[in-house]
Design a protein around this ligand. Structure first.
Ligand code: X8Z
Ligand code: ZN
Length: 620
């Protein structure tokens, strides 16, 4: 699809903010593709503007129907909806390839105005996966991507030998503390869901790379890295820098967590040195560890004294109420409430009678007001944060709807992922009191700050190397440095190297563990989440400064602050119409993505962790 879902690309194409400094356009030989075979036209700047206007109209119309097909497929998986999704996806890929090729040609016209140049560049990079112009290639690509995605949706694990759905498996990984049971769920999920995808994935990579090459990119990964208003090389440098900025803090957190797991489970389950067993961290992918806060919580003095999941359950919150609570945060900043159709059309909980894709996403079906989320919400802290995350996408989508089609997107994809998370950083104890979830007498005192920070770090800091590894693996797969015979080893080695984790059971090249993570079969680029992880702290610090907050950063909540709301609204309205540093500057006053505000937030924790880890051999 084309830009129909900013958060998750459901087909071969998603429109993402693209580079003003994109790689050089492909050399257009007479037989280079469909556009080259078209009758010779005299290309003028005026012609380029007309081309853009036609394309924006065509893609806008197409998205409406393609979006409906994708929605029905994602919320009611069967052979028919798979066929519909693949059918529209194929048209989308063909349009995307044709327009990207033509955009590259128009970009060679001298005298283009800056707006037209920006739009042509955006169009050139609009595809997540390209197909070559060989007849049938786009259809084959879309058959495969639809099959991969639906297989993920239908994936199962077992618990005590009983079949369970992916969303139940995910929740159980957060709450179970028996290593035999977590190992069973981990292994069954990875083998039942991931393993069968391997051949399809390999074939998909071949087709998509052939498509990327036709468009003038070295491979699909190079195409992905060219969407950031900078060269792919500059992007790679930024990607490495962000990981490295947070690495010392991650290493301390890993060291402390490993020691706690060793104390709890003993050497036979979790040795005191080396990597951590992946299924012990409270998350199927060991990407966020907050669910095992009970295992690592400092005893006595630092204990936070409340647990958000317990509060939601004790107050008998329903999933709908959780969404209403999320919406209320946005309206408190001055944003208009969600439309009535949001409540009629969203999938908030898993339907009982059919297969769906449970992985959360946010939709904007008509680029006007038809906003929806699709979740299989559980009443727990993870999903409370995810709801704020998804609504962030929806409020962003509604704010840029008056931009022209090619600008209806985030400043870059990391911005889109950061908004809702930034809002959720305001879910402080004081905020929980304000909305009636926490009794004022239970607000943790200042001496509990370490506990609060540790709870956050288990989710936010733990994520950093995972946010790096997912696309590090794909970049390697796309450029061939990870070969098809080494997919599994490539994945497991990267996870060990950067996250310091190991699978609970032996793996072989019969396995395909990457397929057990949504974004791989779903073909959603992942570097965006690495960017978002640090951006959200930049936004948060800026918002807290704006609201005049004086105390420790992590206690700040800007709930109800209309001034923050106005400034946020101004940034969101820009959409993709300007290079992302302009949008960043509009809200934060800086033009650089930086880990510094995140490090500042966690600085007291870092000092505390170093103290706790004294005498331990950290690293793995
Ligand atoms: O996929 C998501 C969102 C939808 S865009 C729920 N996230 C990443 C993940 O789950 O792996 C949010 C955090 C990282
Ligand atoms: Zn998202």
């Amino acid at each position: 699809m084309i830009r129909l879902v900013a958060s998750v690309s459901l087909g071969a194409i998603a429109l993402a903010a693209c580079a003003a400094a994109a790689p050089p356009p492909p050399s257009v030989a007479a037989d280079a593709g469909p556009a080259a075979a078209a009758p010779a036209v005299t290309r003028t700047p005026e012609g380029a503007r007309e081309f853009i206007a036609d394309v924006e109209k065509d893609l806008g119309d197409f998205n409406l129907i393609a979006g409906r097909a994708a929605w029905v497929n994602a919320t009611y998986i069967n052979d028919d909806t798979d066929a519909l999704n693949a059918y529209f996806g194929t048209i989308g890929t063909e349009k995307g390839v044709k327009y990207a090729t033509e955009a590259a040609q128009w970009l060679q016209v001298p005298g283009l105005d800056s707006d037209t140049t920006r739009k042509l560049n955006l169009l050139r990079g609009a595809l997540v996966l390209a197909a070559p112009t060989t007849p049938g290639a786009a259809a084959e690509l879309n058959d495969i991507t639809t099959r991969l995605q639906s297989s993920y949706g239908k994936g199962r694990a077992t618990h005590n030998g009983k079949s369970i759905t992916g969303d139940d498996a995910e929740a159980l990984m957060g709450s179970l503390r028996d290593p035999k049971q977590t190992a069973e769920i981990w292994q069954s999920w990875h083998e039942t869901t991931g393993r069968p995808m391997r051949q399809d994935y390999q074939h998909m990579v071949e087709i998509a790379n052939a498509g990327a090459k036709e468009l003038g990119y070295a491979d699909t990964g190079a195409m992905w890295r060219s969407q950031y208003d900078m060269t792919p090389e500059q992007f790679s440098a930024m990607y490495e820098r962000l990981l490295n900025e947070l690495k010392p803090l991650y290493t301390q957190l890993h060291c402390y967590t490993r020691a706690k797991l060793n104390q709890k489970y003993g050497n036979s389950v979790q040795p005191a040195s080396g990597p951590i067993r992946a299924d012990l961290l409270g998350n199927m992918w060991a990407q966020e560890w907050g669910n095992i806060y009970d295992v690592v919580a400092p005893k006595g003095a630092g204990d936070v004294g409340y647990d958000l999941t317990d509060l939601l359950v004790a107050h008998k919150y329903t999933p709908e109420q959780m969404v209403k609570t999320g919406e209320r945060f946005y309206t408190s900043l001055g944003f208009a409430p969600l439309p009535e159709t949001f409540w009629q059309r969203s999938q908030i909980t898993r339907p009982r009678d059919r297969e769906v894709i449970c992985h959360a996403s946010a939709w904007d079906v008509d680029a006007k007001d038809d906003l929806r989320i699709k979740m299989c919400t559980k009443v727990n802290a993870d999903d409370f944060v995810t709801i704020h995350h998804e609504l962030g996408h929806n409020f962003y989508q509604r704010d840029y709807k008056d931009q022209s089609f090619l600008y209806q997107n985030g400043a870059n994809d990391g911005f889109h992922e950061a908004i809702g998370d930034f809002i959720a950083l305001s879910v402080t104890p004081e905020y929980l009191v304000q909305i009636g979830l926490l009794d004022r007498s239970k607000v943790p005192s200042a001496d509990k700050d370490v506990g609060l920070l540790l709870r956050q770090a288990m989710d936010k800091v733990a994520f950093m190397p995972f946010g790096y590894v997912v696309d590090k693996w794909r970049y390697g797969v796309f450029d061939g440095s990870i070969s098809a015979t080494g997919y599994e080893a490539g994945w497991t080695n990267l996870r060990q190297q950067y996250q310091g984790i190991v699978p609970p059971v032996a793996r072989s090249e019969a396995d395909f563990d990457p397929g057990a993570k949504f974004h791989i079969p779903g073909n959603t680029p992942y570097a965006r989440y690495l960017l978002a992880r640090v951006l959200q702290f930049q936004f948060y610090k800026a918002a807290c400064d704006m609201s005049g907050w004086q105390g420790p950063l992590h206690r700040c909540s800007f709930y109800g602050n209309k001034q923050v709301g106005q400034r946020l609204d101004a940034m969101l309205k820009i959409g993709a119409s300007r290079p992302w540093p302009d949008a960043l500057e509009a809200f934060t006053g800086t033009r650089e993505i930086s880990g510094k505000p995140m490090l500042e937030y966690f600085a007291p924790l870092q000092a505390w962790l170093e103290e706790q880890n004294r005498g331990r051999q950290c690293g793995w």
